[in-house]
Design a protein around this ligand. Sequence first.
Ligand SMILES: Nc1ncnc2c1ncn2[C@@H]1O[C@H](COP(=O)(O)OP(=O)(O)OP(=O)(O)O)[C@@H](O)[C@H]1O
Ligand SMILES: [Mg+2]
Length: 270
Amino acid sequence: MKTTSPSKISPAISASSPSSRPPAVLIDEAGKTYGDVEAVRPLSLTIRPGETVALLGPSGSGKTTLLSMIAGELEPSDGSIHLRGRNLADLHPGRELSREVGMIHQQYDLVPNLSALQNVLAGRLGDWGLVKSVVSLLWPQDRQMGLTALERVGVSDRARVRAGLLSGGEQQRVAVARLLVQNPAIIVADEPVSSLDPARADEVMGILTEAARKAGKTLVATVHSTDVARTYFERLIGLRNGAREFDLPSHLVTDDQLNDLYALEGLRDE
Ligand SMILES: Nc1ncnc2c1ncn2[C@@H]1O[C@H](COP(=O)(O)OP(=O)(O)OP(=O)(O)O)[C@@H](O)[C@H]1O
Ligand SMILES: [Mg+2]
């Protein structure tokens, strides 16, 4: 891997104040089309390090597509995306990418035959060599780290249970714990609390946003509940038909803007 020696880093870049750091996410006219469908129309946006951003919008508005592009799982049809100053397209898909960004998927994607703890430890695979990774599936390594993460999301008593036997909500918590162990700079979460009852949804969103804040991580998530979005995120971006409708600090987003975002076509205030 190529590294830059400290003497070659300019003072402006090496200073640690947030303003001198490159943006966590820099999207430059990136978009995605599938045949005739413009899932995300080319858009540009900048997300600061440590910022918590919620993407809102009706079903099919392009939220998952945009998140998948930020997570490096989907290549944009146009434009480019930089994470912390580096072009995503240049990052090595294994270790390099997993240090920069980790994604919790809408359908949490645990391995059903592995225990909750083994799934959580899989978050370390980006850091481990192949041999250690394979061994870990037989004999979990860094067990304590995994258990601590499970404890933080409130399911340490499920550590030995096969993921396929866990409830939807428990699986979502395990997916959050896995990401805490992966420890990427940028957390991308696609409806991380969608299968939880309202009280649990609040709790898990609290855990996720608090963990992100404490560790200075950038968090970009889609959330169905506008209340949850306003409570836990400092910035809200509204998407509709693959285009940005608003991009505002959450306290400035009005009920009218939210109602309009989700309104059925033909019932909108233009
Ligand atoms: N692989 C694909 N092939 C073709 N079209 C796709 C594909 N993935 C997404 N789309 C289309 O792109 C648009 C945006 O989809 P996306 O999944 O990003 O929406 P979303 O906002 O996440 O919706 P939801 O709230 O239902 O999860 C939709 O019209 C969808 O049908
Ligand atoms: Mg989606």
